[in-house]
Write a protein that binds this ligand. Structure first.
Ligand SMILES: [Zn+2]
Ligand SMILES: [Zn+2]
Length: 198
């Protein structure tokens, strides 16, 4: 099986690839922050019917940007919030990272996966196996406590393994650990408006 999943923004300017073997798990997040971010981007195909975002957490070293890097930018919902990377050309979400590149984690938003759904399912499992923050979903979503536990453990194990390998962070950070772009932190008012929208 081919273990590389191509990444592509909607307009095709930004391209990359993910080594699926280094993915930690797959989860849908229904938190208000992820939804506010999707509304900030304002493009279709990010949120599911209950307002959730399908994410594949992975080791940063598994992600490689191969084209259009100059169009990759990032925002944050708050001064200490996670960095949310996206393709500025067409506002396609790419991945979310901690501010500290020493924490080997990137949550790829599957909206940028350039592969058929069945290929994505085969590589990472079905999208509703693990659901997070269901209490803030916009429609009823059945919680998956066992999946949540298993997924959490897989993320922890993956982070520990990446730590032991002393891997450098992704394409989203430079060799000195500085983010590729300064995050654009939106105002509290904008954030509140995005959380209330829809
Ligand atoms: Zn684009
Ligand atoms: Zn979230």
């Amino acid at each position: 099986m081919d273990t590389t999943i191509p990444l592509r923004c909607r307009c095709g300017t930004v391209k990359g690839e993910l080594d699926a073997r280094r993915a930690y798990t797959r989860a849908t997040c229904y938190c208000k922050d992820c939804r506010a971010y999707a509304r900030f981007l304002g493009v279709p195909g990010v949120l599911d019917a209950a307002g959730g975002t399908d994410v594949v957490p992975a080791a940063p070293a598994a992600v490689r940007l191969t084209a259009g890097t100059e169009h990759v930018t990032c925002m944050s919902l708050s001064p200490k919030g996670i960095l949310r990377w996206y393709a500025a050309c067409c506002r396609t979400p790419l991945g979310n990272t901690p501010r500290d590149p020493k924490l080997p984690y990137v949550g790829l938003v599957t909206a940028c996966f350039d592969a058929p759904p069945q290929t994505v399912d085969a590589a990472f499992g079905p999208r509703d196996r693990i659901v997070l923050n269901t209490q803030s979903a916009t429609a009823p979503v059945r919680a998956t406590p066992l999946g949540f536990l298993a997924g959490g453990l897989r993320i922890l194990a993956g982070i520990l393994r990446a730590k032991l390998r002393r891997e450098r962070a992704t394409s989203f950070f430079d060799a000195a650990g500085r983010p590729l772009r300064e995050p654009d932190v939106i105002s509290r008012e904008t954030r509140t408006a995005l959380e209330r929208a829809g």
